[in-house]
Design a protein around this ligand. Structure first.
Ligand code: F0G
Length: 446
């Protein structure tokens, strides 16, 4: 059921086809280089792109900009305690700031970090500490057509094999990402989280949850894990997060804000270490790179993110986009995840090899045909891994509605009509950081 009406609007328009053609070429066929003004429906990311509520805008006006001991920080602490169950909070400018603070406090050269699937900034931050990020997705996670309730799960079997191989002393941290962004936004069960807690205790490791989309995950747990069918969303969230020693959070997702993040923990010693590192990289620990008003808006956003009507609206909106796309014959990753619909580009363009970046070809066609911006998460973003060639259409929170999604489906129909004629791409420039090449590399059509 619809949960919002508009109080403020932003004009959007579809640029002419020639403008789109020119913009795409000028962007080096990399949609990260497009001007947002040239994009009609922007599904590049759900991160920091959502609409804030009137209550959040009101919190902005009440923000306390004190350098130390800000009242807005106290509001954030109280929201994190109530919604997520942690006592200590270190605010940061966004999720990757939290990753730098936490992983910089926990990891050293030569360590190995198992994660269900590392998000790209997580992988880069673990590597930046001289540690080795190892993905341990559950069996079947890479199969876009397998219907299973928790394809985001962490494989204990794979993680145990890693520990057997390198020795427990080299695995000081185990991470679970909920939902699993790099595995099509698939949820993770509480049962899986409990099992990791036990595993982390066995090997004496710190258990970290990447909680970016914890509320969406809790909504899936309520729907799919029988033990929790009568539980409230916030009780599920607190229970699941409560198994972790620390969490890293990007407020730009389930904090429902445009900027912000934090580390949270109940471990006083780890909190102390994180605070010291935060002072170096983020700011004094009661603001951590955020304006007081942004701390206040995030405090309100965290509480809104676990409201049942919000989450119902949220999951329904992703499901609507997915159904519209499937109805016109677009192959998608099943089941549909929590923040995005992932399209299967290799199925759509069987004539393109992985080395010709079928996902990037689809991203370019969606923009060319309808001004729709998505993102490639296949061989271009993840070189040398054996992943499906996916394109993510991420849905900003509380922003787009059915009419927008109908335009996306019409655009996809136009792409499908000319699918045999679509060419692949090659990389035309070498970026400085190979793991992050998809953000900046130029491409050329083959
Ligand atoms: N962890 C996960 C699982 C993420 O999805 C992201 C960001 C981060 C950490 C980093 O947070 O952007 O606030 O620094 N994901 C965005 C995306 C960028 O488009 O999926 P950040």
């Amino acid at each position: 059921m619809v949960a919002y009406k508009s109080k403020m609007v932003e004009r959007i328009s579809l640029p002419a086809r020639e403008t789109r053609e020119r913009a795409l070429e000028a962007a080096g066929y990399n949609v990260f280089n497009l001007d947002a003004a040239d994009v009609f429906i922007d599904l590049l990311t759900d991160s920091g792109t959502g609409a804030m509520s009137d209550a959040q805008w009101a919190a902005l006006l009440r923000g306390d900009e004190a350098y130390a001991g800000s009242e807005s920080f106290a509001e954030l602490e109280s929201a994190v305690a109530d919604v997520m169950g942690f006592e200590h909070v270190v605010p940061t400018h966004q999720g990757r700031g939290a990753e730098n603070v936490l992983y910089g406090s926990l990891l050293s050269e030569g360590d190995v970090v198992p994660n269900n699937t590392h998000f790209d900034t997580t992988r880069a931050h673990v590597a930046n500490q001289g540690a080795d990020p190892v993905d341990c997705p559950t069996e079947g996670a890479d199969d876009p057509s397998l219907e299973a309730p928790f394809k985001g799960n962490f494989s204990l079997e794979r993680a145990r094999a890693v520990v057997d191989d390198v020795g427990a002393e080299r695995v000081p941290v185990v991470v679970q990402t909920i939902t699993n962004n790099s595995t099509a936004g698939q949820p993770v069960s509480v049962e899986n989280t409990r099992a990791i807690r036990t595993f982390a205790d066995e090997i004496d490791a710190t258990f970290v949850i990447d909680a970016c989309r914890f509320a969406e995950n809790a909504a899936f747990v309520r729907r799919r894990e029988p033990e929790f069918e009568d539980a409230t969303i916030d009780a599920i969230a607190r229970e699941q997060l409560g198994y972790a020693d620390a969490i890293v959070m990007s407020g730009k997702k389930d904090g429902l804000v445009n900027a912000g993040g934090f580390v949270a923990t109940d471990d006083a010693d780890l909190f102390e270490r994180c605070k010291q590192r935060a002072i170096l990289f983020e700011g004094f620990p009661t603001y951590g790179g955020m304006a007081g008003r942004d701390l206040g808006a995030m405090a309100v956003g965290l509480r809104e993110a676990v409201e049942p009507s919000y989450l119902e609206d949220r999951l329904e909106s992703i499901a609507t986009l997915a159904t519209l796309l499937e109805d016109v014959g677009v192959p998608i990753y099943r089941p549909v995840g929590g923040h995005a619909v992932y399209l299967d580009a290799s199925e759509l363009f069987p004539h393109l090899e992985a080395s010709e970046f079928p996902g990037q070809a689809l991203v370019c066609e969606l923009y060319r045909e309808g001004g729709v911006r998505g993102v490639e998460l296949g061989s271009f973003a993840f070189p040398n891994t054996d992943r499906p060639e996916l394109v993510r259409l991420a849905v900003p929170r509380r922003t787009y509605h059915r009419e927008h999604f109908e335009h996306v489906a019409e655009t996809a129909t136009a792409v499908l009509e000319n699918r045999e004629t679509v060419s692949g791409y090659e990389i035309a420039s070498d970026p400085a950081v190979p793991e992050l090449r998809h953000f900046s590399a130029d491409l050329e059509p083959l």
